[in-house]
Design a protein around this ligand. Structure first.
Ligand code: TXA
Ligand code: MG
Length: 310
């Protein structure tokens, strides 16, 4: 374990904030048992205090200590996907206080797989509350440089861990209302979850920030455009747009990013691409809509939110 990770664990113990890499996005970590540390986390995030935050652990055993009831189905998902990009919402035990659950009777638990996240959680030896390391409502960071740009001196230490492999936030499965409900789509697909446990279509009633309409959003107004309409939109807007598309660059457009036709690779690049488009200085961002297919659900979800005006 590096001296840097040991220092990060000390900062967490002292109530400080450490940004760290995970396989999904970079997290902004605080001691989940310290009301003061979590209060500072919310302040830096500018996140409303009634929003719950995900709590991170180095193992399923440690995570389940924060739950009061662990349905077999939740155990099965944990066995299959932890460590990895999955968050489980379970009824909380007395360890999960109101200040991490937003006052709800449930808690969000995750065991990340990124080696540096694992090292940090082991060195710290406790639970780490960690939302994405960006200001509330903005694009999540997938590199250490993104975190520094967003949070600057407000964070005590940023651990470097390379670009996040998954690139979008974890899949969230909610067990707090009984049957498993998919709360946030992610790299682990609905089909992968359903291969192990039945998933209800009932809308979950728990409060979650992913449930806000506009989220993960660039400052430049962005629009989802079906492939067949892209050419017409470009002919109207021309050099006033930055484009995110599957196809080859159009010479009328100055800023064009070409994306892979495979959903995992697309997700991995998505947030960095949105940041680049946002800083291109255009009036509009046009995004070619990805296929309306289940394997694209998580990417479509993030794009739809990025393209919703406040
Ligand atoms: O990939 C991820 O999950 C990233 C990385 C850093 O691990 N973390 C992340 O955390 O996205 P956060 O705190 O932004 O996720 C908050 C979401 C809420 O919007 C809600 O959907 C769910 O997690 N959540 C957390 N705790 C909950 C609770 N007690 N009850 C219901 N939902 C909860
Ligand atoms: Mg976030």
């Amino acid at each position: 374990m590096s001296a840097e990770v040991r220092r990060a664990a000390q900062i967490l113990r002292a109530g400080g904030l450490v940004a760290f890499p995970t396989e999904t996005v970079y997290g902004l970590g605080a001691d989940a048992s310290s009301e003061k540390a979590v209060a500072r986390l919310y302040q830096v995030k500018r996140r409303p205090a009634d929003h719950p935050v995900i709590v991170h652990f180095d193992s399923a055993q440690a995570a389940f200590g924060w739950a009061s009831e662990i349905p077999d189905a939740a155990r099965q998902l944990a066995t299959k996907f932890w460590p990895g990009p999955l968050t489980l919402i379970l009824k909380r035990s007395s360890r999960a206080k109101d200040f991490v659950t937003g006052g709800q009777p449930s808690v969000g638990l995750r065991v990340p797989s990124h080696p540096i996240a694992q090292q940090l959680l082991k060195a710290f030896g406790g639970a780490v509350a960690a939302p994405s390391a960006n200001r509330f409502g903005q694009i999540s960071p997938t590199t250490a440089a993104h975190v520094r740009e967003d949070l600057g001196k407000d964070v005590d230490l940023v651990l470097e861990g390379g670009p996040s492999e998954v690139g979008i936030e974890s899949t969230i499965v909610d067990f707090s209302q009984g049957a498993a409900a998919l709360l946030r789509p992610g790299a682990i697909t609905r089909a992968q979850v359903e291969a192990l446990v039945p998933v209800t279509d009932q809308k979950s009633s728990v409060r979650h920030s992913g449930g806000l309409e506009r989220h993960y959003a660039p400052r430049t107004p962005a629009r989802l455009v079906p492939t067949h309409a892209l050419d017409r939109e470009i002919s109207i807007l021309r050099d006033r747009v930055a484009v995110l598309a599957f196809s080859r660059p159009d010479e009328r457009v100055d800023f064009w990013l070409r994306m892979p036709r495979e959903p995992q690779a697309y997700a991995q690049r998505l947030y960095a691409a949105l940041r680049e488009l946002d800083s291109a200085g255009c009036e509009w961002i046009l995004v070619e809509a990805p296929p309306d297919a289940p394997e694209w659900a998580a990417v479509r979800d993030r794009l739809m939110r990025a393209c919703t005006r406040a």
